[in-house]
Design a protein around this ligand. Structure first.
Ligand code: NAP
Length: 292
């Protein structure tokens, strides 16, 4: 069994981006600039945004965090999005989700210029990804693709079972892996909460991408020998430690790992790949702007 080490892979990509930013700046161009909008006081959102900021600093990007109170109106938030769309000093920006209930998330995402939508959530980017055109692919599926590529995982002709059909993970990764490209060329089965007898599919899978948010759902007796397993799940479960919780994936590592040829750990697998993919998208946004 080989660990698909997201931390190491992300670090290698980080160094590559940092070197390219240095070159860019030495050429007299300004460094890429990523802006994150955060609304309210959600602890997890703050942690994610702080992590993104740290990564920006490490690769030499300029980073700005715009924090707004939870009671900001939808109109005011849309106004801010419009300003960022028109700000030439901003290459890409993200609106950290979830947003408070009184704000229509779709409306906000649709208002972001697709050229600055480095989260890849805008329908235009989703559509372009489906058509295999140049697009910002959302960070988690993009990160999974980079991880599979980095480890040279054979995907062509393989049966890939994706667990979960969310717009940010399950559906895009199912689409990417079914595309006529590498990684890709998989035969994909997409399972969700209405799927009957999930084991029937997982037992036949060469590759499993688990993204359902149910701790340790996938057990050793549900997979075949040699399977490649990518565990996207992140759930905090109470634990007797300093933090009072530990992070658990969707895969029961102890029982699945001995049967797997490759498997991601949680944490240290998909998580670091997600953040570095956002950095890659931001760098790409800057490059595309310079090409104009
Ligand atoms: P989500 O929007 O809640 O979607 C969960 C999906 O799993 C849904 O399609 C749901 O089916 C399906 N599902 C739930 N319970 C199931 C079950 N018992 N059997 C089969 N399918 C089931 O979740 P998400 O945003 O995609 O996130 C999934 C997990 O990945 C979460 O733990 C999240 O924290 C984690 N995550 C990690 C990263 C990272 O960077 N590592 C990034 C994003 C998400 P229905 O559609 O039928 O409801």
């Amino acid at each position: 069994m080989i660990l698909l080490n997201g931390k190491e892979t992300a670090n290698a990509i980080k160094q590559d981006i940092a070197a390219k930013v240095k070159e860019m700046v030495e050429r007299g161009e300004r460094a890429p600039h990523l802006v994150a909008i955060i609304v309210g006081e959600d602890g997890a959102s703050k942690t994610y945004v702080a992590n993104k900021e740290k990564n920006c600093q490490q690769v030499g990007f300029r980073s700005t965090v715009l924090s707004f109170p939870a009671d900001i109106t939808e109109e005011a938030l849309l106004q801010k999005v419009a300003e960022l769309n028109n700000d030439d000093e901003v290459d890409g920006f993200i609106v950290q989700l979830p947003l408070p209930k009184h704000i229509d998330e779709d409306k906000v995402i649709n208002a972001i210029s697709p050229k600055k939508d480095v989260d890849g959530f805008h329908p235009s980017n989703v559509g372009r990804m489906v058509l295999a055109e140049e697009a910002f692919v959302s960070a988690t599926p993009y990160g999974i693709m980079l991880l599979l590529e980095h480890y040279g995982i054979e995907t062509s002709g393989k049966h890939c079972v994706v667990l979960g059909r969310s717009n940010i993970v399950g559906r895009p990764i199912a689409n990417l892996l079914s595309r006529k490209s590498l990684p890709g060329d998989c035969t994909v089965t997409l399972c969700h909460s209405r799927t009957k007898n999930i084991e029937k599919f997982t037992k036949d899978a060469d590759i499993i991408i688990a993204a359902i948010g149910v701790p340790e759902f996938l057990k050793g007796d549900m997979v075949k020998e040699g399977v490649v397993v990518v565990d996207v799940g992140i759930t905090r479960v109470p634990a007797d430690n300093e933090k009072g919780y530990r992070i658990v994936g969707d895969v029961e590592f102890e029982s699945v790992a001995p049967k797997a040829s490759y498997i991601t750990p949680v944490p240290g697998g998909v998580g670091p790949m997600t953040i570095i993919s956002l950095m890659k998208n931001t760098f790409r946004a800057r490059e595309l702007k310079l090409k104009k």
